[in-house]
Structures are given as structure tokens and as C-alpha cells.
Ligand binder design. Structure first.
Ligand code: IMP
Length: 190
């Protein structure tokens, strides 16, 4: 079956395409010639993923899914959460990390998790799957692989930050990978 991934991020498209079975042909927004930005105006990952998937479903009438992810820090009541990419207001990861470490400065509890939510629209029906990876925020950034908050996140049972793991290792335990596995199961069971 053909499935559109409502994302402009070609790296994510490539990563997800590489793990999908041959029976699913993944099309990116570039592949379908959709070049507009879709504004993420929701206040949850579910809402944002739904906004993106519905926009493309209304445009094409085809099966589609969209993702939205964020980092949820326990001592900050779940911040930065849905605002992860814009936490410091600049859209820059180093600024986001600095702000997060500042906010956490006096806090002892360092627990946090990444979550990725996929909104899937198949034959006009909306479904959600999600993946999480739990871990801790460390005091100083380490490693320069990955993106976003990777240099300050250590997954439970690991010593290296996501910024120190090589991408293949990170992908095996990441929130996005877990959500992709659920997407594959979901589609396989249709
Ligand atoms: P997106 O919805 O996957 O684009 O993620 C939104 C924001 O959450 C990113 O800009 C990052 O700040 C953060 N984030 C999501 N996934 C990850 C990850 O795997 N590592 C580090 N940061 C992430």
C-alpha cells in the first residue's frame, strides 16, 4: 500500500522508509509535491500530529501519517514537552539545552522521557500510536551525534548520552523507533 508521511524532514523519511516492509511504499511531502509548512498550533503531541495528518488527508484523500515528538522532564512538570523545538524561543538546540539545564539547576530529580506520537489516517479513520524512551537529564552536554536534546539525555540502562551513541544504536531504543514498530504492527493487522 501507499502511505504518505506528512513530514518535510527527509532524514526522518529515509530512516522510517528503511525499516518499513516492502509492502508499504512511503511517500514524503516532497514526493507528492506538497511544499507548504503546516503550522503546529496544538497543545499536545496528539493534536499536532493530527493537524499535520488531517491537512494532508484533506489535500489528497490518501492514507497518511504524521509524527510529533518532545522531551518531557518530570521536575519541570513535563516541560518542554510539545514546545521542545521552540523552548528557548530561538529554535536553536544549544539554546534549548542551556535553558533546560538552567531550569533544572537546583532540582535533584532528573527523570525525563522522550515521546513520539503518530497520527495515522487509514481510509478516513484516525488512529494513534506512540513510543517512549525513559531516562535522565545529565548536568553537562556530552557527544555531538544526533540532534536536539540528545547530548543531555541518557536512556535507562545506558551510560552514554544519545549524543554519544552512534545513530544506529540510538535508533534501536528511541521513542521514534518504538512508534514505528507499532505503526508497522498496526498496518500489518489491518
Ligand atoms: P519532532 O516533532 O520529532 O520534530 O521533535 C520536536 C523537538 O523535540 C525536536 O526539535 C527536539 O528538540 C526534540 N526531540 C524530538 N526527538 C528527539 C530526539 O530523538 N533527540 C533529541 N531531541 C528530540
Amino acid at each position: 500500500m501507499e502511505l504518505i508521511f506528512a513530514s518535510h524532514n527527509e532524514n526522518k523519511v529515509k530512516e522510517i522508509r528503511s525499516v518499513l516492509p516492502d509492502s508499504i511504499q512511503l511517500l514524503s511531502l516532497n514526493d507528492i509535491g506538497f511544499h507548504q509548512e503546516i503550522e503546529e498550533t496544538g497543545s499536545t503531541l496528539e493534536e499536532n500530529s493530527k493537524i499535520k495528518a488531517e491537512t494532508i488527508y484533506k489535500e489528497t484523500g490518501k492514507n497518511v501519517f504524521a509524527d510529533d515528538s518532545g522531551l518531557f522532564v518530570e521536575a519541570l512538570n513535563g516541560d518542554p514537552g510539545v514546545f521542545s523545538s521552540r523552548y528557548a524561543g530561538t529554535g536553536n538546540s544549544e539554546d534549548n539545552i542551556k535553558k533546560l539545564l538552567n531550569e533544572l539547576n537546583s532540582k535533584e530529580i532528573r527523570k525525563a522521557y522522550f515521546q513520539s506520537v503518530f497520527c495515522i489516517i487509514i481510509d478516513g479513520e484516525i488512529h494513534y500510536v506512540s513510543g517512549e524512551v525513559h531516562g535522565e537529564i545529565i548536568n553537562e552536554p556530552r557527544g555531538n551525534q544526533g540532534f536536539g536534546y540528545d547530548p543531555i539525555f541518557v536512556a535507562d540502562g545506558h551510560e552514554k548520552t544519545f549524543g554519544e551513541l552512534d545513530p544506529a544504536q540510538k535508533n534501536q531504543i528511541s521513542h521514534r523507533f518504538k512508534a514505528v514498530q507499532k505503526l508497522i504492527n498496526f498496518i500489518g493487522n489491518l
